[in-house]
Design a protein around this ligand. Sequence first.
Ligand SMILES: CC(C)(COP(=O)(O)OP(=O)(O)OC[C@H]1O[C@@H](n2cnc3c(N)ncnc32)[C@H](O)[C@@H]1OP(=O)(O)O)[C@@H](O)C(=O)NCCC(=O)NCCS
Length: 160
Amino acid sequence: MFIRPSEPRDYQQMADILDAIGHDQEAWDYRFDADVKPSFPSWVALDGQRVVGMIEGRFDGDYDERFEQRDHPSPQAWIYLIGVRSGVRRQGIGRALLRFFTEQAVQAGCSFLALLPDQSDDDVPDRVAFFRACGLVPLLDDDPNDVHGAPLPELLPKLT
Ligand SMILES: CC(C)(COP(=O)(O)OP(=O)(O)OC[C@H]1O[C@@H](n2cnc3c(N)ncnc32)[C@H](O)[C@@H]1OP(=O)(O)O)[C@@H](O)C(=O)NCCC(=O)NCCS
């Protein structure tokens, strides 16, 4: 398995993964004509030619004031999408994608990473367990399933 930036030839497989997960199709644009550039950078995990996982996010985010990080002024990193094919989960692909994204975020000059675990189905505890196992912590006291994040220098050692 290796990870590289996504290319137009990957978009259909990325869309298939996101479709299977049940992600709202309004939230991503990999099904569009390959000439249309997706809105945010993304990376794919490959097993041969097969896309087995993907991650999408940005390194120029402004955090909402609800979870503003005063010690980490914007721009900071934010993950929109992460997904692994259902047949190959629990093999470390999700963690590897998160580590890759974290390394890219450091190179882009960020010092903090955050994300909102998808709240749209009954699998919230599972995905929160994944993010916690990877070293992210809840940023809001009143809801432990809401936004998670961590300073990158603390996160990276937990992902290696
Ligand atoms: C969440 C997801 C990306 C994790 O990918 P993955 O490749 O299966 O995760 P990893 O194998 O790297 O897991 C790393 C650790 O996270 C934890 N973890 C992962 N999935 C878990 C689950 N379903 N329940 C509890 N803990 C879990 C475990 O501690 C795991 O280590 P272990 O297998 O040695 O015990 C994947 O399950 C997925 O695509 N889910 C559907 C889409 C989704 O929910 N995306 C997140 C949207 S915000």
